[in-house]
Design a protein around this ligand. Structure first.
Ligand code: HEC
Length: 140
């Protein structure tokens, strides 16, 4: 029994050496999305931790194995939608992403596992309406 515990402790220490640090690449501010103040405030608060190059990492997110999951979420999140490089997208890509944002805010985003740790990032109906209106998309 004791050796199992020792093994687990060694394993825990060992995985800390696997690189899983989240990097925030320096990005030209001109590439960042522009939206009215109220909309930007919501994005910054509820979306930027996965969809930007300005991810804030709490201490527990730097500890493996949690860090592995969080790094993956940020990588995937940025791949789908990165507000920091919005102006690199073509008009067609932007249009598609606006449609995806319109849908995602009603149920999928922010990720439920994220809301558990950041309760105040859950979108209120008012915030959802504000974002949806801003996207300029019509209800599906
Ligand atoms: C904890 C990380 C996290 C947060 C916070 C987050 N997202 Fe995401 N988002 C993801 C991941 C990961 C994906 C990739 C698709 C998936 O795994 O479901 C994604 C995908 C998306 C997509 C494209 C996927 C689709 O189905 O259309 C949109 C649009 C999106 N997010 C919008 C938002 C918006 C808007 C917010 C803030 C209100 C937000 N996300 C907050 C992690 C996050």
């Amino acid at each position: 029994m004791k050796s199992v515990l020792i093994f687990i402790v060694i394993l825990f220490v060992a995985i800390q050496f696997i690189p899983s640090k989240i990097q925030n690449p320096k990005t030209d501010k001109n590439l960042e999305i522009k939206a009215p103040k109220e909309v930007m405030a919501i994005f910054k608060k509820s979306c930027y931790d996965c969809h930007s190059n300005e991810v804030k990492v709490p201490w527990y997110a730097s500890v493996a194995p949690a860090s592995f999951f969080i790094k993956r979420h940020v990588e995937l999140g940025r791949e789908w939608l990165n507000f920091s490089i919005w102006n690199k997208y073509t008009p067609k890509q932007k249009d598609k992403k606006l449609g995806q944002i319109f849908k995602a805010v009603t149920h999928a985003m922010p990720l439920p596992s994220y809301i558990k740790f950041h309760k105040d990032t859950k979108l209120s109906q008012k915030q959802i309406n504000l974002i949806q209106k801003w996207t300029g998309k019509i209800p599906y």
